[in-house]
Design a protein around this ligand. Sequence first.
Ligand code: SF4
Length: 351
Amino acid sequence: MKRQAKAIAMISGGLDSTLALALVRRQGVEVKAVNFYTGFCITETQRRKGGRPDGTIPRNEALRAAADLEVDIEYVDISGRGYFDMLVNPRWGYGANANPCVDCRVFMMRRAKEIMEAEGADFVFTGEVLGQRPKSQRRDTLRIVERESGLDGRLLRPLSAKLLAPTIPEQEGLVDRSLLEDISGRSRHRQMELAAQLGIADYPQPAGGCCYLTDENFARKFFDVLDAREARGEARRLEREDVLLLSTGRHFRLSPRAKLIVGRTEVENALLEHHVEGRARVEARDVLGPVALVEGVPTWEERVLAARIVARYGKGKDAPRVAVEWREGDLVEVYEVEPEHDEAKLEALRV
Ligand code: SF4
């Protein structure tokens, strides 16, 4: 009798990874799911910041999918130096924005391989679909990810398995290839059909991106941080704090030396308060307004400009002058400024 196989499932909780999980589970394979946190997950960041702009709290779909299919799940935080360095220098380059998907997948799969070995599992599987994404899910890039992660022959993509070379667990009979799928391309038609067949009703609609790195506006801010460091003669490098601040507030590039970040909501203001150290904290003194931070070493003109922008986003925006407090460590200064009303100028400074 064939022994029971064990597998590691990489799941996001989207429809594809939920289906992959169901397809492998129904073959009697013991599965442990893992969900990677990169620091750039939009829904997870929103959850940590108290919800979406409309006030709703997104659920953690990976946890939900694992619970529905009754498998254990481990939440693995891969954000950190190694991941950030990969983002700055991706070997296979970026997709349309700041998303180095091939490198990112290799990074994740290497980690999944470690987990596979530690768990004594036979293989890793994902919800990837051949041809669904223009760069990272082409036949050649799927192969690169498999080879570079060291998972040669042990990386199964159940939704497209019949279109790909048989993996070791298929050859060994641990997984029945005939019960896997031959899905390719961007249409979700077959996936919907399969969900109905497998009795999977609760899954998120394809969101068209749950990673900030694929977002055009975010990518502008991401590259701005790297470019500004380079312009100052520093290494192109990303820090953990940058990651958090990149998804917080309105960003204005005053010069390569200085950037202004203005909170948009109370939650963002509170978050910025936690990152005052090493930055100037700027806020209107006598009227309600946002908390703002200035990074770097601004000139006098740039300080005044930052104060005018902060005044513009507060309740005093229509006042002739607003007192704006500038705090840097123990130093406190107050600038009496006219709120900035030149929208074209603001737009030009906006990152
Ligand atoms: S979209 Fe690309 S960069 Fe973002 S998590 Fe997925 S693979 Fe990584």
